[in-house]
Design a binder for this molecule. Structure first.
Ligand code: TRP
Length: 350
């Protein structure tokens, strides 16, 4: 059996650098290794509707934004099948069968869902669809027989729930579904890039993101306003690097070559950190370096995005083609699932 990737994003906004280091950069790398037989990248609009039911226009508008961000980062429609979730009704049908394999209390125990419920103030008014989106996510993953799901750390509970569903399904109805593995970024700074305000996570609603499509002056402004060590008041003060967003970003983005190019008085990040910890290194200098690093990483992405923005009808064509390829694969799995469930009533007529 081959190695298959499935992953995706909710189209609720443009993608930011947290998405990039947490998952996108890794996807592009994996795509270009050629180690995978198939790669499916899904724009999860149906999942986005589970907490945006009142704003379907927001979901619709962001399909193209996410697709542009994908192409800008280097996902290649020749190598990766990019598709739109809701266009594949097989996924909805699979979800409905999997729902019988999950208890309400299990659904309520998913830590990521719990956090999201708090963040959205759903509390007593949780939409059923929202509570059950991890089940639909299991359908997304298993429909493509994915072996590997490259995602950020917040998706760990989804993969756990998916594996439970696979086990239960296979033990009740016979070996049908493939158990997926999560693939997390190796660099721990990439697991959860904080917002520029130092808050735990970059999120659109907190207004603390740097977007992949931000113009250079916007990126610079955001970096220069970034939160650092609050006790590092004067240049000569010793500073903390561990919980310092500026250094976490450097951990996620900078390579030794960046020092050669932008800050040759240091060989690498360890040397820079040591100086900051000793005292004598000002925040502005570190921020300027981070700005140079980030600008050099984001510039090719921004330029590619601008090129694709001129060709949105081609982008929609890729999505359409990808969706039709994905639909065929999902239909085959659904066929096998219906067979295992013994609800393939009319097959004998064929
Ligand atoms: N939950 C993911 C997000 O919030 C999107 C998603 C939907 C996904 N289905 C998936 C990711 C299946 C990986 C696999 O961005």
């Amino acid at each position: 059996m081959g190695k298959i990737i499935l992953t995706g994003d909710r189209p609720t906004g443009k993608l930011h650098v947290g998405h990039y280091v947490g998952s996108l950069r890794e996807r592009v790398r994996l795509q270009n290794t050629g180690d995978f037989d198939k790669i499916f990248i899904m724009i999860a609009d149906a999942q986005a509707l589970t907490d945006n039911a009142e704003h379907p226009e927001k979901v619709r508008e962001n399909i193209i934004e996410v697709a542009l961000d994908y192409l800008a980062c280097g996902l290649d429609p020749e190598k990766s099948t990019i598709f739109i979730q809701s266009m594949i009704s097989e996924l909805t049908e699979l979800t409905f069968y999997y729902m019988n394999l999950v208890t309400v209390s299990r659904a309520q125990r998913n830590p990521t869902v719990k956090t999201e419920i708090k963040m959205r103030n759903f509390e007593a008014n949780i939409p059923v669809g929202f509570l059950t989106y991890p089940i639909s996510q299991a359908a997304d993953i298993t429909a493509f027989k994915a072996t590997t799901v490259p995602v950020g750390e917040d998706q760990k509970p989804m993969l756990e729930q998916c594996r439970e569903i696979v086990h239960k399904f296979n033990s009740l109805y016979g070996e049908t579904l493939v158990e997926p593995e999560i693939l997390l970024p190796k660099n721990s700074a990439c697991l959860r890039l904080p917002g520029i305000d130092g808050k735990a996570k970059m999120s659109k609603s907190l207004g603390n993101c740097i977007y992949l499509s931000d113009e250079p002056d916007v990126v610079k402004k955001k970096i220069m306003s970034m939160f650092t060590d609050p006790n590092h008041l004067r240049v000569e003060d010793p500073g903390e690097t561990d919980n310092n967003p500026v250094f976490i970003y450097l951990d996620a983005f900078c390579r030794d070559e960046h020092f050669e190019e932008f800050l040759p008085e240091y060989k690498n990040l360890d040397e820079l950190k040591a100086h900051y910890q000793r005292g004598g290194l000002g925040d502005v200098k570190v921020k300027k370096f981070l700005n140079n690093v980030l600008q050099s990483e984001l510039e090719p992405i921004r330029n590619r995005r601008k090129d694709w923005e001129k060709r949105t009808s081609d982008v929609y064509e890729f999505l359409k083609q990808g969706t039709s390829v994905a639909k065929e694969v999902a239909a085959q799995t659904l066929y096998e699932v219906r067979d295992a469930l013994k609800i393939n009533y009319f097959d004998y007529l064929k």
